[in-house]
Write a protein that binds this ligand. Structure first.
Ligand SMILES: Cc1cc2nc3c(=O)[nH]c(=O)nc-3n(C[C@H](O)[C@H](O)[C@H](O)COP(=O)(O)O)c2cc1C
Length: 454
């Protein structure tokens, strides 16, 4: 066969040399980005990102709960579908938010800035962690269109609290997320086994990891040292953190805070407040009673209390208790557009992703975070079309009509172990797919109490 003839039968494409581009070309879902992230990060950092508390029962349950619900399409015409929605009075392109994850520059040198850029581009809200490694002012300056939410710590003296609130207001953060699930730090046994320290200590095993993950180490050592510029109530000056301060921050507990602090915050802040980290319908009712705007049902992605219920276990009951009095957002284990559909059908207004966007960040920087959001958008649109709903409003109205509890179905539900490694993973020189990707388009101890570390 002549080359000209062979050409008609085959498509020749030059190999893609950039690792990042290979990931972007060949990873099609969150799990594939997770595997790509695992290749990039030193094992101890990956385990800190990926792992959960104790036996990781809750971590696994966070995925299994989604398998307990089946989708029930209804026949009829569908238009769009329109994924836009209103969250806390503002338009969001998707019923999706990016939840706070502290110390993001540990995972990628661009850290929170890269995440903020992708969220702004996608038109979805992003919550900057109290322990973020980039200042709230810098994020605001670089992303004027971003819906900016801030992860606010309770338990500060009134003056420090009010100064910090002013700082948030001045930087254009209109919504506070207050975490209530870090009265003690969860025991993450992967971290104990790895001897995980932040910043990473130079040991024999770290040296071995440098050999295995040179790219991450070069990025980490070349970028400015990790600091927490949002800890001080007033100043955006980065607070340099010594190893002993790291340990103090990581061991911090906010066990002393209670409903009075929340009530006082409500009185001091005229913007929106979201209570994050509860799964108890009584707490949700109480949040509504004191005039909060939303709750984010969460078990901290299984990183805190092992055996804690998952938001999906209590979502319907929470919605029944509070009616339309407050918004309900849900996080922990959201990995697919169909998860978002199931949560909205059971009464949520939005879902929030944590590890999913971090996998994208580690694997491919800001474009990786963008791609993760696109994957959610694409899966959400496809699932909505296939079940027969044209808008988020229609999905919420139909609610439990599009879903059935399949826990008692006769088939054995395996729980969500990751699928076997794909034959062509995101790092291999894999053939181009025949169909292109259809993506749619806590204060240093001397300054004030610490925000929750996670
Ligand atoms: C690496 C990492 C750091 C986190 N840091 C914080 C934090 O600073 N504040 C907070 O409220 N939650 C934090 N969380 C919890 C997330 O906000 C969220 O509840 C959780 O990641 C959701 O589960 P998912 O990762 O399965 O999506 C963190 C989670 C991870 C994975």
């Amino acid at each position: 066969m002549k080359i000209a003839e062979a050409r008609q039968l085959m498509q020749f494409r030059a190999p893609v040399l950039s690792r990042r581009q290979r990931v972007l070309n060949h990873a099609f879902n969150v799990e594939e980005y997770r595997r790509a992230a695992k290749r990039v990060l030193p094992a101890s950092i990956f385990d800190y990102l990926d792992g959960g508390a104790e036996d990781e029962v809750t971590l696994r349950r966070n995925r299994a709960v989604f398998d307990a619900w089946g989708l029930m399409p209804s026949w009829g015409p569908v238009s769009g579908p329109d994924t836009g929605t209103t969250l806390l009075g503002s338009h969001s392109e998707l019923p999706l938010t990016l939840t706070p994850t502290g110390a993001t520059r540990l995972f990628h040198p661009e850290g929170e800035m890269a995440v903020a850029k992708a969220a702004a581009k996608a038109g979805v809200p992003y919550t900057l962690a109290g322990l973020s490694t980039v200042s709230m002012e810098a994020v605001a300056k670089n992303n004027p269109t971003l819906q900016r939410w801030f992860n606010f710590g309770l338990g500060q003296a009134p003056q420090a609290r009010d100064e910090k609130l002013e700082r948030c207001r001045d930087a254009g953060y209109n919504t506070l997320i207050v975490g209530v699930d870090t009265r003690a730090l969860g025991s993450r046994e992967r971290d104990l086994h790895n001897g995980f320290t932040a910043p990473p200590a130079l040991t024999l095993s770290t040296l071995a990891e440098i050999t295995l993950h040179p790219g991450w180490w070069v990025g980490f050592l070349k970028s400015a040292g990790i600091s927490f510029p949002n800890l001080d109530p007033v100043s955006a000056e980065p607070t340099a953190i010594s190893p002993s301060m790291w340990q103090e921050i990581l061991g911090h507990s906010d066990a002393g805070s209670g409903w009075n602090d929340l009530q006082a915050l409500r009185e001091a802040w005229s913007g929106k407040i979201i209570l994050k980290g509860c799964v108890n319908p009584q707490d949700v009712e109480r949040a509504a009673d004191i005039g909060l705007d939303a709750v984010q049902l969460s078990n901290h992605g299984g990183r805190q209390l092992d055996h804690m219920l998952s938001p999906m276990d209590v979502l319907q009951e929470c919605r029944q208790r509070v009616g339309d009095d407050l918004e309900i957002h849900v996080d922990s284990g959201i990995r697919r557009g169909s998860d978002v559909v199931k949560a909205l059908a059971l009464g949520a207004d939005a879902c929030s992703i944590g590890r999913a966007y971090l996998y994208g960040l580690v694997a491919a920087g800001s474009p990786g975070v963008s791609r993760i959001i696109e994957i959610f958008a694409d899966e959400l649109r496809r699932t909505m079309t296939l079940i027969g709903v044209s808008s988020i409003a229609e999905l919420k109205t139909k609610g439990a009509d599009v879903i059935r509890d399949v826990r008692n179905a006769t088939i054995e539900l395996g729980h969500s172990e990751p699928r076997p490694e794909a034959r062509h993973d995101a790092f291999a020189f894999a053939p181009q797919p025949s169909t292109p990707f259809a993506g749619a388009t806590h204060d240093p101890p001397s300054v004030s109490p610490l925000p929750s570390v996670s």
